[in-house]
Design a protein around this ligand. Sequence first.
Ligand code: SIN
Ligand code: MN
Length: 294
Amino acid sequence: MRLTPEQLAQFDRDGYLFFPGLFNPDETRVLTDAVPDLYARREAYNVREKGSEAVRTNFAAHMYSEPFARLGRHPRMIEPVQDLFGGEQLYMHQFKINGKMAFEGDVWQWHQDYGTWKNDDMMPTERAMNVAIFLDDVNEFNGPLMFIPGSHKKGVIDAKHDLTTTSYPLWTVDHDLITQLVARAGGKNGGIVSPQGPAGSMILFHSCLVHASTSNLSPWNRVSVYLSLCAVSNHVRRFKRPEYIAHRDFTPIECLPDDCLVKPYPVDLPWKNGMPGSALVTSSEPIADTKKAA
Ligand code: SIN
Ligand code: MN
């Protein structure tokens, strides 16, 4: 799937593109059906909500789950990002299935993803992108993602490392600055937007776009998958976080055919029988070898 010049211009202006219902119910179901088994596992890659059993984030499912390994090579997700990066090849920096479960899903404070990738992983520039797929319908009640349109133009914003609010550490943006950015984006008239739509919808968003989501007090889960795709030349320079959170294999992604969610194309599952011990080894030093490592 390629982007039109109008979509490229819209992305440049707003920092995101929304594709309601891009994946059909048969495709989405293959993914949704695989989630309960993944969330039930007692593994480091399942981060649970503070004081709760509900999974907040499952990491790296593309390394051990067949449907998600196929999604990670889906041309509807990969090709538009390649277009936004002038055709450069991409590798998978991070892969998450965020739960935001009914009644239990906690907030994600205002942040830019690139802030974390820069501060923790030493990713050189913001040449990386997020792609979200809704596995449940997203509405105003179940904690939709909120964006400040155009906030990516601000570049990298100073952030504070929040280690206490939720179960997951995040580099968060100061509320005074959020107030200014929302005012600049139109205040009550479009200063905050939240794309909502059926399961199977997709959002592409810039790694500097400021975003957040509230808790989910509704009776409806809001499970979404996030691929964070990085230009190969922009790979991370430090392995300070475990490999299931920030990947260390910079091999370019090769797309499967467009029907890959509903046909059994073979995929590699390197962590099918468990994560290697090396995935948990971390270091604060920059990596020596800037090619493929680990
Ligand atoms: C994120 O910002 O990485 C996740 C936000 C969400 O799932 O609501
Ligand atoms: Mn984020």
